[in-house]
Structures are given as C-alpha cells and as structure tokens.
Write a protein that binds this ligand. Structure first.
Ligand code: HEM
Length: 237
C-alpha cells in the first residue's frame, strides 16, 4: 500500500487538471474566498503536523497513518499544483490548454503554496538533519513569489520588476526537481537497500519525475514566444 501511495502525486495531476477545467472559472471569480478557505485548511493541517512532531516522530506517523501521511504531508498535493503552474507557461501560445491553465495560474500557485505548509512543517527538521536543504531552498525562494502573486501586491509593483522577480520561478522548478531526485535517488539508496521493491520503485519514481520535468523543459523551449524584432538602429522605433 505504502508503495502505491508514493506515486500519489502523479495520479493527482489529472484530477487537479479536471478540477481546473470544470471549476477554474468559479475559482478565478472567487479567488479571495478560495485563498481564505485553503489558507485556513492547510494552516490547520500544518498545525497538526506540529502536534505529530511533539507527540511522536515522522517514521512512526508514516507507519501508523500511511494514507494521511501520503495525502496531506508527503508533498504530493503541492507537486500536482506546481506541475500545472509550470505547464501553464509551457503550452503553445493561444492553445486551449494554455488559456485554461493561465486563467487560474495565480490561484494554482497561491493555493499550491498553502498546500506545501503541512509538508514543510512536518519534514523540515528531518530534511535538514539529513543534510538535504533542497526542499527548504525551494520553499524560501517561493516566499517572495507567493507574496507578489496576490493581485493587490502585484498592482503596487512595476510590471517589469514583477516579471523580473518571477523569472525566479525557473530556479524554483529546477530546485524542486533536485529535491525530488535527491529523495528518489540519495534517500532511496541510503534507506531502502533492505527492501528491494521500495528500492526499485524509488528509481521508477525518479524516472517519472525526470519525464515530467524533461517534457516541461522541451515544451517550454519549443513554445517560446518569438522575440519582437528590434528596428534597425537608423530607423525610429
Ligand atoms: C521546506 C521545504 C521542504 C522540505 C523540508 C521537504 C522535505 C521532504 C522530505 C524529507 C521528503 C521525503 C519524505 C518521504 O520519503 O516520506 C520529501 C518528499 C517530497 N517532497 Fe518535499 N520538502 C520541501 C519542499 C518541497 C517542495 C517545494 C515540493 C514540490 C512542490 C516538494 C515535494 C515533495 C514530494 C512530491 C515528495 C515525495 C517524493 C517521492 O518520494 O517520490 N517538497 N520532502
């Protein structure tokens, strides 16, 4: 069971994509309400993570409540959110998929960030004590992106500065990939050698993460918007 749950993130991508197609417009129209709802829900779950840490430890919790752990704390929900945020920028310009995802990209990024909080609170100490700062670096870089994603804050910034700052998202995507690779390769080699199935499935997950990020990179490069041609120097702009 635990082995299957480790793949939850990949299963959540089509589910979330379906929700976007079905309810994206409603979410967009009521974005503030959704931020409050998801903000409160995930902050509460993050608080529960603190209770888990005070009363027990991650390993015991993972064995005692594998479904709750995988669903709410293992990082699969934020992964699915950020995959859609990434691909929103990678589909072909003017395609239906791009228009649908771009219509709720801000909402996906903000709610995705909230959904990360339980994962961060439960696992930050484990990750740092294992000398793996990848997730923490990604999370810290996400903070300015998260804050400036809110429409009210974005409006206060010059568009050119906002765009420059949000180029940081590419670094975040790369570090998230490193995070997933480090867990499915390094942590996997360190911890799963006794359990052959878990060991092999760790590499299978790595291969799937690699495919997701490779396809994203390929599509992003292929569908780059052509740069506007600069007029020759001797002609007025
Ligand atoms: C402070 C930030 C973060 C910390 C401390 C952290 C820590 C960890 C740790 C310790 C694990 C291993 C858990 C396990 O094997 O059960 C893990 C797994 C995972 N993390 Fe993070 N993480 C952080 C940020 C992120 C971010 C930004 C994402 C992506 C949106 C993410 C997505 C995932 C996923 C999907 C897994 C499961 C990987 C797999 O086993 O296939 N994490 N994280």
């Amino acid at each position: 069971m635990a082995h299957v749950l480790n793949f939850l993130g990949f299963a959540l991508i089509p589910v979330l994509a379906w929700l976007v197609v079905r309810y994206g417009k409603t979410v967009h129209k009521n974005e503030t309400r959704f931020y409050w709802i998801f903000g409160i829900v995930f902050t509460f779950i993050a608080f529960l993570a603190l209770v888990v840490l005070i009363q027990s430890d991650v390993a015991t919790f993972k064995t005692d409540a594998p479904i709750a752990y995988a669903l709410l704390f293992q990082g699969h929900i934020p992964f699915a959110f950020f995959v859609l945020v990434m691909f929103a920028g990678a589909f072909k310009h003017k395609s239906k998929a791009k228009a649908t995802l771009m219509g709720v990209r801000r909402e996906l990024a903000i709610i995705g960030f909230f959904s990360l909080l339980p994962h961060v609170v439960l696992l930050i100490w484990l990750a740092l004590s294992n000398l793996n700062p990848t997730g923490t670096v990604a999370f810290l870089l996400m903070i300015p992106l998260f804050i400036t994603s809110f429409r009210s804050i974005r409006k206060k910034m010059k568009p050119v500065n906002w765009r420059k700052l949000h180029k940081l998202a590419y670094a975040v995507y790369a570090i998230i990939f490193l995070h997933l690779a480090s867990i499915t390769i390094v942590f996997n080699i360190m911890n799963n050698q006794e359990d052959m199935l878990a060991f092999v499935l760790g590499f299978v997950r790595f291969a799937l993460y690699l495919i997701v990020f490779a396809v994203y990179t390929w599509m992003r490069l292929k569908n780059r918007r052509p740069r506007l041609k600069k007029p020759p120097l001797n002609q007025p702009a």
